[in-house]
Design a protein. Structure first.
Length: 345
């Protein structure tokens, strides 16, 4: 091997290392990158509404309710991975997306978050098809049960409706740790559950995939620009954590995950019981077959809890996030769901 060969090899490996390092630790100053043109509607100090498409008389809009711990642009992640674009492409004329802002400097509970969602529906004309993703799924289910006149249909994806169905490592954490632990997390966060810490906790549910296999795959594909871009884009989104209001977080841990009160029909919002059995609107359920956070059983339990609601279930070959932003899921289940929403009106 000549000195030129040595220098060439060294340069290639150095380039590979720099590419790897930049993908693993995205540069500072990251900004949310919505993929599709839209307008921003100010709603409350805790939420904005992103509006896509255009209103058409006689056609109902869709409101996508995103989870609060990561940035909401996961619903419009890229040109090829966008639930917003999938629904518009299926014929939906107007799509709204909840854009959760940092927790306000006041008490903020689950009830307050439901007020934010219904306020977004009001901005869209007062009635909409609700599409809830992960945390947004159980929030949307509550809105549909409490405000049936405002919800034309309900679609939930990767949402823990029955938090005691299926067994995951998350179960062990929630059941095994006392409430004082979660209260300590909020206290250390100054009144909020820090988004960075919550994401780190989710990473620990699949440590080898997150800390070993994922990085190994990145190293092996460091010369593939498309692979590196996809990895970097997802890493950028994942690093844009959002804190969760402490009151809401503790309420969810205690009442929804530990006590499973939504599935039991005993959860109350300002004195009103959330009874899923009262639902009559069309219901779509989407679960990822490889979801290690919300196993399919937690999603599909909804059908028995709402026996009077016409229900369609979809199992997609995906993990948690992939169930609503993966290319395969968007091309199959979500395209069919979008067409079904158009048919409803």
């Amino acid at each position: 091997m000549t000195m030129t060969d040595v220098l060439t090899t060294w340069t290639e490996q150095l380039t590979r290392w720099r590419t790897f390092q930049e993908a693993v630790e995205p540069s500072a100053g990251r900004q949310p990158q919505w993929a599709t043109a839209h307008e921003i509607v100010k709603v409350h100090d805790s939420i904005d509404l992103r509006r896509f498409g255009a209103h058409e008389e006689g056609r109902l809009p869709v409101l996508i309710v995103t989870p609060q711990v990561n940035h909401s642009y996961v619903a419009d992640f890229s040109e090829k991975q966008s639930l917003v674009r999938t629904l518009l492409g299926a014929g939906v004329k107007e799509v709204g997306v909840t854009d959760w802002l940092p927790p306000p400097k006041r008490s903020y509970t689950i009830a307050d978050s439901l007020d934010d969602i219904t306020a977004c529906i009001d901005r869209l004309g007062g009635r909409a098809h609700l599409v809830g993703l992960c945390q947004g799924g159980w929030q949307s289910a509550m809105v549909a049960a409490l405000c049936p006149d405002q919800v034309a249909s309900l679609t939930v994806a990767a949402a823990p409706i029955d938090a005691h169905a299926g067994a995951t490592l998350l179960h062990a954490w929630v059941f095994g740790l006392p409430m004082s632990f979660f209260e300590g997390v909020v206290a250390l966060g100054g009144g909020v559950a820090p988004g960075k810490k919550l994401s780190e906790g989710f990473d620990l549910l699949k440590p080898f995939e997150r800390f070993v296999f994922g990085y190994a795959a990145l190293w092996l594909n460091a010369d593939d620009e498309g692979y590196v871009k996809r990895f970097t884009d997802l890493r950028n989104w994942y690093k844009l954590n959002k804190d969760v209001a402490g009151d809401l977080y503790l309420e969810a841990v205690r009442d929804l995950f530990k006590d499973n009160r939504l599935a039991k029909g005993t959860f109350e919002v300002r004195g009103r019981r959330v009874d899923l059995s009262t639902l009559r609107c069309p219901l779509n359920l989407v679960a990822g077959s490889r979801d290690h956070i919300t196993p399919p059983a937690q999603v599909f339990a909804f059908e028995k809890l709402a026996p009077q609601a016409p229900c369609k279930s979809y199992t997609v070959d995906a993990g948690h996030i992939g169930s609503f932003m993966g290319g395969g899921a968007l091309r199959t289940a979500w395209t069919e769901i979008g067409a079904g929403l158009v048919a409803i009106g």
